[in-house]
Design a protein around this ligand. Structure first.
Ligand code: SAJ
Length: 431
């Protein structure tokens, strides 16, 4: 390929979300010229005003540094570059099918700017073969040929929300190329800031690796959730049982909870099911099990309260996991909706929630308001603020002393001593 030695100074990052923004800022603070592109005007104006639209430790400082240095510039359309990184969302439809419209339109928006020797990288989590079957043909509408004229690779993000900046640098990075030269080119690029090992492979392997990691975690959590139901039935404390089982050198069971949320683990396994349902039966069942965990929580409440009609419940935490502000696919929202459908009243408090969510009349501004007239407290997300809760400070604020802890974080004895009825998810032991 001519231009193979072409430098990679200019990088255009398409999509300034959870992954695109930190990636753009990271390259910019490592000396690259970065054009950050987003189709959302609100995102652009927030960034241009020196703010950020994502709550992630350290990100604001990094983005400020990148913009102030002049290395990160924000645009609403792609710019001529040496490298194009696609980091747009891949949502899931109600029918559990991958919606690849953002990927297609991002790829299409690159076409007029694509030049010989450029490198294009897809980072968005995608069903197997998306890079070769969808992205490559779109890019080739430019008249250039993948592998022959431009480099094309798939390199999934694998960072954990809450630890994005650390993991972006230190996690191992997989880069799958449409040919070995594309993977190599990708490696040269990410070496700009990645300190973890960089592993090269083909695009479809890299796509599968990403999906397998999250699917493995989903299946493990589904097992934990099923074990929690069995433990409750057999009067066992699942938390103690898992701790003991995990002492075995080859066992590592994850934790049960109110369900699996977030835009990754609760979504990605469906990409396998969609593409090959008959080959993905365990994966499909794990999704069904985890998606039914909110219903299981409700069944526990009904056991304790008989009817939820007219009763007020305090929900602590509505994000999909602790210490983040993200409510995407959050099981807490499903539980809230189910309580409301059964005639119950919900007052929810979440110290992390900084963004507006639709139909949020159940949200309160502070804990005291959420506890007013409460007949039951449901601890659904173990934000660090909630770990400090003391039953003696809450007992005269509620109407009825009841707490359901779906994360096993409260001190059962202390709450009982304060007169609370305590139910812990998966703890069937009466002590
Ligand atoms: N959860 C449990 N029990 C557990 C662990 C998690 O019920 O033992 C629940 C959480 O409460 C949450 C959901 O699972 O609702 C997912 O949380 P998570 O912390 O397991 O994962 P995510 O979605 O925040 O991030 C995952 C990570 N994937 C893996 O660990 C394999 C991350 O590395 C990926 O980059 C990210 O998905 C992604 O973007 O795909």
């Amino acid at each position: 390929m001519t231009g193979i030695e072409k430098k990679m100074n200019k990088i255009c990052v398409l999509g300034l979300g959870y992954i695109g923004l930190p990636t753009a800022a990271m390259f910019a603070t490592h000396g690259f010229d970065v054009f950050g592109v987003d189709i959302n005007d609100d995102v652009i104006s927030v960034l241009k005003n020196g703010e950020i639209h994502i709550d992630e430790p350290g990100l604001k400082t990094l983005v400020h540094g990148a913009i102030n240095s002049g290395n990160l510039k924000i645009f609403s359309e792609p710019q001529e570059s040496d490298v194009f990184i696609i980091a747009v969302p891949t949502p899931i439809t109600d029918q559990k099918k991958a919606d690849l419209d953002f990927v297609s339109s991002a790829a299409r928006s690159i076409v007029p700017y694509l030049r010989k020797g450029n490198l294009v990288i897809l980072e968005s989590t995608s069903p197997p073969r998306t890079t070769v079957d969808l992205v490559q043909p779109i890019l080739e509408e430019s008249g250039l040929k993948g592998a022959a004229d431009f480099f094309l690779a798939y390199s999934p993000e694998r960072v954990l929300p809450g630890k994005i900046l650390y993991e972006l640098v230190h996690n191992p990075r997989v880069i799958g190329g449409v040919n070995p030269a594309s993977a190599e080119k990708g490696k040269m690029l990410y070496q700009g800031f990645v300190e973890g090992e960089i592993i090269l492979t083909d695009t479809t392997t890299a796509e599968m690796v990403k999906l397998m990691e999250n699917t493995y975690r989903d299946i493990n959590i589904a097992a934990a959730n099923e074990f929690s139901r069995l433990a409750a039935k057999f009067s066992v404390n699942i938390w103690e049982a898992i701790e003991i089982a995990n002492l075995h050198p080859r066992v590592n069971i994850l934790k049960p909870g109110p369900g699996v949320g977030g835009h990754c683990i609760s979504v990605d396994p469906w990409f396998f099911v969609e593409k090959a349902p008959h080959l993905s039966q365990l994966i499909n069942q794990a999704r069904i099990t985890n998606d039914s965990q909110p219903e299981y929580v409700i069944s526990q409440l009904i056991d304790d309260f008989d009817s939820l009609e007219g009763k007020t419940f305090t929900v602590l935490g509505i994000t999909y996991k602790p210490n983040v502000d993200d409510v995407r696919e959050s099981p807490a929202l499903v539980i809230i909706k189910k309580i409301q459908d059964l005639g119950g009243i919900v007052k929810a408090f979440d110290p992390y929630l900084i963004r507006e969510i639709p139909e949020n009349s159940f949200l309160t501004d502070n804990l005291s308001d959420a506890l007013l007239n409460s007949q039951g407290i449901l601890l659904l997300v173990h934000h660090h603020q909630f770990l400090e809760l003391k039953p003696e400070n809450l007992s005269d604020k509620v109407l009825n002393k009841y707490i359901f802890d779906s994360r096993n974080v409260i001190d059962k004895k202390a709450w009982k001593a304060e007169g609370f009825v305590v139910r812990i998810l998966g703890d069937g032991r009466d002590d």
